[in-house]
Design a protein around this ligand. Sequence first.
Ligand code: MSP
Length: 504
Amino acid sequence: MNLYITTPIYYTNDIPHIGHAYTTISCDIISRFNKLSNKDVFFLSGTDEHGQKVEKAAKEANINPQDFVDKLSTNFEKLIPDLGCEINDFIRTTEKRHIKSAQALWNKLIENDQIYLSNYEGWYSVRDEAFYQESELKKIDGNFVTQNGSPVEWVKEQSYFFRLSNWQSKLTELYENNPDKIAPKSRYNEVLSFIKSGLKDLSISRTTFDWGVQVPNNDKHVMYVWIDALCNYLTAIDYPDTSSQKYSKYWPAIHVVGKDILRFHAVYWPAFLLAAELKPPKKIFAHGWWTNEGKKISKSLGNTIDPYEIINEYGLDQIRYFLFSEVPFGNDGDFSKKAISKRVNADLSNNYGNLIQRILSFIVKNCNSTINPVYDYNNDDFNLIENFKVKYLEYKNFMDNLQIDKAIKSIMELLSLTNAYVDLQAPWKLKKNDLKRMETVLFITVNIIIKSTIMLSPIIPSSSKRVLKFFNDDITYQNFNDFNKFTDKIIKINSPTPIFPRIE
Ligand code: MSP
């Protein structure tokens, strides 16, 4: 089985912040989980380098746009491994391969009579790189702005149009027949009602600036940045060569996007694809937005969150864990220092870390650092093993449905049950009168620690690696094969070092 997963490509008008990090980490978690499930995964990220917004930022910096994007793109590319993410390709829309691919898509749409030349007159927001109907705007101090407060300008120019209106019923049908194509459900409803309210043809070229992909056969026009940008998902798998191995293996993709750019991905993009006789996306998942201590994050408020700063303060895995355990994936979330400490201390230090620490140090001290397989179980043991199986299944189902927070919760519940089991069985007492029982309890607990660590590995990859090293690399699971079974090997334990010190 194959999986193609994409992040949005990030605008190179500024440096990366927490919102960008959030989308990328979410895809990394999904990618790592699917690799453990034996899928062949292709994970793409990149930068969106054309358009008025980027051109404007370059002008303000007094640098030519190409040099400007070369510099800014590096920050996004470097951030990915610094977030502990492993991608397969990083695409930039100023690359030759992409320009070729975007122009090929354009030509295909021309060939299929999906594009015509006319005049556009209406509102445009450079910040959102989006056209707006007046009915979608509100007035502040006598000026029209978008619902999010982005300024708009009146644009009047010759423009190519995409026949989006022709696709209204096809898109309705697509989503009514495939209700899982857009998630979460509330977003699905939102998109469907937008489509049903009527689709107008979409302006897809601009003439008043030139920082974009040239429209084939008309050098007065550059492509509207969104048709250029969306096409990146095809470029990376060799489009227009649809017979390539990559294309055949991976298309269609799962796109993870923020709720602000859902319409582009769930309405325009599938329409372009269908109009070019290509398959629409497999799934589009829209996540929510983060606020900072209750306030909307914005440059003008000066409260953007630098991913490097919080990673330095709390640790990479602590941040990854917080972002995906604290808030249901799909909902908005609030970033607060108090919430991070509380969450990390309760789950990672007290529940997970403490179990590892006390069990492994006990084994090192009392069992010559060795645990032998034991299969002679009593009711308490069977109960815990049964709970492990249930929690693992829950975890797997939640992860398959991109309910990352719920999947994490299942692991934490399993760890709480295991801590309670250890308290009740009290191996430190068994040491005095029942060594056989003590070994059994330790063997079961160690197995559950290992399993939980593997289940947590998509979320906290580098800490999981460190924990698995306590088991002398005897246990290196690459996948969920035979996951319900406990090991039949002797396990040698290294002295554990603290993995998640408490945040004070
Ligand atoms: N370039 C377009 C995407 C083109 S995809 C073909 C774009 N870029 S962006 O850099 O502005 O935003 C990228 C992603 O960051 C979006 O998914 C957006 O939702 C996300 N975030 C930006 N700020 C955010 C928060 N405060 N919280 C969570 N995510 C947010 O849009």
